[in-house]
Design a protein around this ligand. Structure first.
Ligand code: NAD
Length: 246
């Protein structure tokens, strides 16, 4: 089924496992996909795997460059109908050890980039009277961070609030805005940033008894982007294996 045939999607953080899985899922749904990431070498190889995928290397922490990036994407692939704000950095540093540069760095990519990208793509979505914005938040937004640090938890909490705010503002324009809150997806964030003892302690707490696969995240992205999800907006879908039930 190519339910998104003819649409253009942008996936940020697409050189990472979750972004790449989302790019594959949206391509399978019929989208032309702009893969955006800072890591240009990994990005080129990721984009080469994705049908109709094109790499756009960019540092999303520089707001002034975002309109030009969106312009380049639109002139190559057409008006952006689906934006997946997935680029992010993990920081496990708790408050007392968080200095100003770390605070600014984490907020700049995890929160500010999503805002400036959304702001750049929304005018065309409104003209089309159709759009999907999907933000990758985190369980940390609700828990304060089981293993994640202060700036990370705050960035994801604010990204949830941005999701609600944009959803309310854009609902009447045919644009839905939703979030996905994963916890412990099997990526280098988990396999490298945690100790073996932390991994085992987490596995014991996750009722399904395993970590999430990137493809399971991507499946939710595809669902939220699909035309049949048009009545869902301002929602954050938890995918955490039952770690938090609320
Ligand atoms: N892995 C998990 O368990 C987990 C859980 C909850 C939320 N998340 C979120 O999922 C998203 C993807 O995580 P992942 O595990 O695939 O991580 P990852 O580190 O593999 O991927 C993130 C990507 O973002 C890119 N990026 C970082 N800074 C950038 C910048 N300034 N400009 C452009 N690109 C930049 C990186 O190069 C990287 O490829 C992140 O937002 C993360 O916070 C992950």
């Amino acid at each position: 089924m190519s339910e998104l045939a003819g649409r253009t999607a942008v996936v940020t953080g697409a050189a990472g496992p979750m972004g790449l899985a989302a790019a594959h899922a949206l391509a399978a749904a019929g989208c032309r996909v702009a893969l955006v990431d800072l890591a240009s070498e990994r990005l080129e190889s990721a984009a080469s795997e994705v049908d109709n995928g094109v790499a756009f290397a960019a540092d999303l922490t520089s707001p002034d460059s975002i309109p030009a990036l969106v312009g380049r994407i639109e002139s190559r692939l057409g008006i952006v109908g689906v934006l997946v704000n997935n680029a992010g950095v993990l920081s496990n540093t708790k408050s007392q050890a968080t200095d100003e540069s770390e605070w600014r760095r984490v907020l700049a990519i995890n929160l500010d980039a999503a805002f400036f990208l959304a702001r750049a793509v929304v005018p065309a979505m409104k003209r089309l009277r159709w759009g999907r914005i999907i933000n990758t938040t985190s369980l940390a937004a609700k828990t304060g961070g089981l293993t994640a640090g202060t700036a990370y938890a705050v960035s994801k909490g604010a990204l949830s609030a941005l999701t609600f705010s944009l959803a309310r503002e854009l609902a009447a324009d045919g644009v839905t805005v939703n979030g996905i809150a994963p916890a412990y997806v099997r990526t280098p964030m988990i396999t490298e940033a945690l100790t073996e003892a932390q991994r085992q302690a987490l596995l014991a707490m996750i009722p399904v008894g395993r970590f999430c696969e990137p493809e399971e995240f991507a499946h939710v992205v595809r669902f939220l982007a699909s035309p049949l999800a048009g009545f869902i907006t301002g929602e954050i879908i938890d995918i955490n294996g039952g770690l938090l039930m609320d």
